[in-house]
Write a protein that binds this ligand. Sequence first.
Ligand code: NAP
Length: 342
Amino acid sequence: MPQTVLVTGATGYIAKHIVAGLLNRGYHVVGSARSASSHAQIRDAVTPVLDDTSDLDTRLRTVALDLGSDEGWTAAMQGVDVLMHTASPFPLEQPKDPQEVIRPAVDGALRALRAAHAAGIKRVIFTSSTVAVATGDLKPGKTAFDEEDWSDVNHSEATPYAQSKTLAEQAAWDFVKSDAPEMELTVINPGFVLGAPLDGNYGTSIKVIERILAAKDPMLPKFGFSSVDVRDIAEMHIRALDTPESIGERIIGVNRFMWFSEMAKAIAEEYPERKISTREAPNFIVRILALFDPAIRTIVPSLGKEHRASNAKAQSMLGIEFRDMRTATKETARYLVDNNLA
Ligand code: NAP
């Protein structure tokens, strides 16, 4: 009997790649979305990349779940063997009140874990982020952040989103320790995720490529992330299921650090006619612009900082060979251009 995996936030950019990967490995999938009417969206997005669609309607279902409401969680867990919790708010602009993202992230994580625990589900794969690892200062003597590191939610670099991911991941580990020690939790901590989405409903990371393609910014801030291809992140979630050593572990998913200017250069090579700016703005100009623009203000504490994170554990434990990031950047841009989305 194939295992059934509940993937929360199945309308998401990363989750759709996970759902497709699970279906291609023979799993049954229950995807959750805020509205069950999103079933067609999820089904249509994954269908072109499935090896076999013949019994798709029995292998893929959608249930309605909201991170902020108790409704439906108990019923959703019936017949489920594994919880993959990916749903979490990922806003493009940071809210004035950090609780707007912290509450759904933390309460939603606990709702998902409590419901899974009550239904006797032991295996849980939880999508956190490198912002729960690498927000703040590197410990003396280290050259890269690793899974031993935790973000400092009070650091000036900690955006409400970074706080939400850090606090939600901590809440998950605390819940397992205190209330459900038999639960088998693996946490995946992706960096900045790029790579072609499966449909036009994609998340915040792809919006950065959309903005570069729009070529409206005369210069780019000296800002960047440890980045990773979405297919590698989906693969990490799925391989963890067959890797008992990953139980009780956090695993960082990154290939390497990329500045926005490097992403822009890769895209400009493909689309020279767009006159995409690849020049970096001096930090003092960005600081002045930040006085007038709250979105820019959130990146000021991180300007010029190259936060590297180690992928050694993902390679050794899950056997991931990370895909090239210039290619992932170009493929993201190509999807957007070919589908008239940018
Ligand atoms: P996304 O496309 O925006 O997906 C987020 C998902 O969470 C969507 O399905 C969204 O549902 C759901 N969600 C948000 N708030 C919700 C709520 N209150 N109730 C129920 N569902 C809610 O973003 P993504 O890039 O795929 O991110 C997926 C996960 O990976 C998140 O946990 C994110 O923090 C993490 N992550 C992403 C990146 C990245 O660079 N993309 C990096 C590190 C970690 P709706 O469709 O209804 O909004």
